[in-house]
Write a new protein. Structure first.
Length: 331
């Protein structure tokens, strides 16, 4: 008997594992499950399944409740799209980069013509299955370094909200699953349907920027390195133009020696480091102050609002004004 009961609808199977994040299970059900034709007919049929055999059942979540799943891996054989959310806890793809037997067997059931997508660290499952080798992909920014160490053949893009490689798609942390599902709805049935789903869910149809704007700002650490005095001095004078010669003078070094040691200690050129610090200063001012953008640009050392916008867009993928609307504590 078929798991899917509505011929003609796009069939979506959400493959869940123990340690499931409930919010990530709800995203495809809510978004794709609410996509409808102009006449009000559902366009997708969404079911939840597990890789467990011989029978499905209660799946533990990372909260204080379980989810009772009615379908096993047989649902994957009929699916047009398979979505793999994240799971916390004991998880072989995330800890070792390898698939457990049940999960490997379940993924082998997916039809070659099916589309497969991941939410958050569900990308570890796709990578462990070899589906991302040589391809672009993303995952939660917190897990980016670990992901790279396990899967060096994947072209990780940690700053974006999602990556579409055609038959394989990946999204960044948690809520970016909303962006990914809306993108799939838009690709399948057009912007009008996707926009209607977004309005009902009270989310933007397309978010600007990438997940770089959500990463934590670096916490200053005690600095015992030989260029630490120059960096501390630079942070106190970010609002003014700073030359390499001035920085080197703080350490009584030649420009050549200072540049070499600076790169050894930070992994960056002095100019690249200064730009990063100025972006961080601008982020702080945009979040915590009501200063106009041109004043933020001056105080952060960018000189002009145009320069601030260019560097901010390059670093975070979003304009200063859009960043302030999202993160300002004054709004």
């Amino acid at each position: 008997m078929s798991v899917f009961r509505h011929p003609g609808r796009h069939r979506v199977a959400v493959l869940v594992r123990h340690g499931l994040l409930p919010i990530e299970l709800g995203i495809p059900h809510r978004l794709m499950g609410r996509a409808k034709t102009a006449e009000g007919e559902p366009l997708y049929e969404v079911v939840t399944c597990t890789a467990d055999v011989p029978a499905p059942g209660a799946v533990r979540t990372d909260a204080d409740f379980t989810v009772n799943v009615a379908y096993g891996p047989e649902a994957l054989e009929e699916a047009d799209t398979v979505i793999v959310p994240a799971a916390h806890g004991s998880d072989e793809p995330h800890s070792t980069g390898a698939l457990g037997r049940n999960l490997a067997d379940a993924l082998a059931r997916i039809r070659p013509t099916a589309r497969i997508a991941s939410i958050c660290t569900g990308a570890f499952v796709l990578a462990a299955a070899g589906l991302l080798d040589g391809r672009r992909a993303t995952t939660h920014w917190v897990s980016a370094d670990h992901f790279r160490s396990l899967f060096p053949r994947v072209r990780l893009e940690p700053d974006v909200l999602y990556v579409d490689e055609g038959d394989v798609l990946t999204s960044a942390g948690v809520a970016s699953g909303i962006d990914l599902c809306l993108h799939m709805v838009r690709s399948d049935f057009g912007s009008q349907v996707a926009n209607a789903v977004a309005r009902r869910t009270v989310v933007p149809p397309q978010r600007s920027g990438g997940q770089a704007q959500f990463t934590e700002r670096p916490v200053p650490q005690p600095d015992i390195h030989t260029t630490g005095t120059a960096r501390a001095w630079a942070l106190r004078h970010l609002d003014r133009p700073l030359t390499l010669r001035e920085l080197a003078a703080q350490e009584a070094m030649s420009v050549r020696t200072f540049t070499r040691r600076f790169r050894e200690e930070t992994g960056l050129s002095p100019q690249r480091w200064l730009t990063q610090q100025r972006v961080e200063r601008a982020r702080q001012l945009l979040e915590d102050s009501g200063l106009p953008v041109d004043r933020v640009a001056a105080d952060a050392g960018f000189g002009s609002s145009a320069s601030l916008r260019a560097h901010f867009q390059a670093a975070l993928g979003v304009s200063p004004s859009a960043y302030r609307r999202t993160f300002s504590v004054r709004t």
